[in-house]
Design a binder for this molecule. Structure first.
Ligand SMILES: [Zn+2]
Length: 477
């Protein structure tokens, strides 16, 4: 008879899922949660972790990070990026495809998979690019296990041109049949370039010009187009980094009509405001879409709390410090690191009574897992789920310092000097402790590539798809 020993037993903590909380011990064996229950019935374990006074929550899933490798390792690589995630209580990250090369071929995907497999400290999903040149390989990319695709309607790091709408329509038709979700950077590139060039010609080079180029209308137009194409084709879409309060009624209407969409926002869009960003602060906080007027923060946070915005992502977008120090505002790189600081920022809002822990677990863990086909394997603490766990000390005070970030080539943050209450004190990835007491432990290659198991595809309007009209004499009525 074999001895029933778990690998790890987390004792005395409060388990919090999106549905509620209860006191329970949590046992882990072979990378899975095998027991959640009263301590009197807990199995013996090789190792115990005391969690009295702490919260035991599913590890956060950050659906929006830019790890930068291959091609831009002066900004970040798979080691530094996933160590930053481990430090921040994040057990799974999704990496965006605007690397060099972009993930627009099977070879490019293989290069990224190799780099990630060798270094990752946490689990990862890899996005493929959706544009003109990837339409033919979307089924192959899906077969290879991409977590979804990314569509850059709005121009950003990597300068990938936005695909034309004919290609997007055909891409959505293909994705609708595959069932994969397409994450969309919803800004209108022609509009923002036009406005940017007009301002440059007029001599504007100030902290607010970037926001002016990408005013609300630039996001609203692109959001509406994305919804129209999703609704027509049945392609599942995910609007990344929603920043604009005027988008909210559009999103509510679309969801009420059954458009298969989810939406994400990041802490920067409800914690920072454009009015406060001048000088170096503005350089650090420059990103796409921009930090908007302070009056937009409250509606965005409320939409995240009421579920209009489904989830939290960070748009972790590291750069080398020098790329943020150009004299002309226009030359400064867009984005900043965020994967490490997101959880403590949100725990601080919990401490302030702005949201509950259950709401945080929904937006940071459960909702991302559900949208991208990882639930209930991830996003919940229950027997049978992957042992991806964050142990949180809700009372731990601290100050955010860029110099302490694990994104070692990108040690700046727009939250410099901010006081926080609440901190992840242990991060467990498939049963292995990768961070304890703020120290990230060496676990290169422990992270695993996560493949989505999406619900049955529900494509629409099949009679008029691009594929259908290629047949001779095809009739669409
Ligand atoms: Zn991004």
């Amino acid at each position: 008879m074999t001895e029933l020993y778990a690998d790890l037993l987390i004792t005395g903590g409060t388990v919090i899922n999106e549905t509620g909380r209860f006191a329970a011990d949590v046992a882990v064996k072979d990378g899975l949660i095998v027991f959640v229950g009263h301590r009197d019935f807990a199995p013996r374990a090789r190792r115990t972790m005391a969690a009295a006074g702490k919260f035991v929550i599913p590890g956060a899933i950050d659906v929006h990070t830019h790890i930068r490798e291959p091609g831009m390792t002066q900004k970040e690589d798979w080691t530094t990026g996933t160590r930053a995630a481990a430090a921040g209580g994040v057990t799974t990250i999704f990496d965006m495809p605007n690397t060099d090369p972009p993930v627009w071929s099977m070879d490019a995907l293989a290069i990224k998979q190799e780099a990630a497999a060798r270094q990752a400290h946490v689990n990862y999903g890899l996005y493929g690019l959706l544009d003109e040149r990837t339409l033919d390989i979307l089924p192959q990319l899906a077969e290879a296990g991409i977590i979804g695709t990314k569509l850059f309607y709005g121009n950003t790091t990597g300068n990938l041109p936005a695909p034309n709408d004919g290609a997007v329509l055909e891409g959505f038709e293909i994705l609708a049949e595959l069932g994969l979700r397409c994450s969309i950077h919803a800004e209108n590139s022609p509009m923002l370039f036009w406005r940017e060039n007009r301002m440059k010609a007029a001599g504007r080079d100030d902290a607010f010009a970037h926001l002016a180029a990408r005013a609300d209308i630039v996001a609203l137009e692109s959001l509406n187009r994305s919804i129209t194409l999703s609704e027509w084709t049945g392609a599942r879409i995910h609007i990344v980094h929603e920043s604009c309060m005027r988008s909210l009624p559009i999103i509510r209407d679309a969801k009420a009509r059954g458009v298969p969409m989810t939406v994400e926002t990041g802490p920067q869009y409800f914690l920072l405001s454009a009015e406060d960003l001048v000088g170096d602060k503005a350089r650090i906080a420059r990103l796409n879409p921009p930090i908007r007027e302070g009056a937009q923060r409250e509606p965005i946070l409320n939409a995240l709390l009421d579920g209009t915005i489904d989830m939290l992502g960070t748009d972790h977008a590291p750069h080398a410090m020098a790329e943020k120090q150009h004299a002309s505002f226009w030359d400064n790189a867009c984005g900043f690191p965020g994967v490490e600081t997101s959880m403590r920022l949100m725990l601080t809002l919990v401490h302030q009574g702005r949201m509950t822990m259950e709401q945080y677990v929904r937006m940071a863990c459960a909702a991302p897992a559900k949208a991208f086909g990882l639930y209930p394997r991830k996003g919940v603490i229950q027997p049978g789920a992957d042992a991806d766990i964050a142990v949180v000390d809700p009372a731990k005070e601290g100050v955010i310092r860029g110099a302490e970030l694990h994104s070692t080539r990108s040690r700046f943050t727009p939250y410099e000097g901010m006081e926080t209450v609440g901190l992840p004190v242990a991060t467990i990835v498939r049963g292995r402790i990768v961070m304890e007491g703020g120290t990230v432990l060496d676990a290169p290659g422990w992270g695993r590539m996560e493949r989505p198991q999406m619900p049955k595809p529900e494509p629409r309007n099949l009679a008029t798809t691009t594929k259908a009209i290629l047949r001779p004499n095809a009739q669409s009525w």
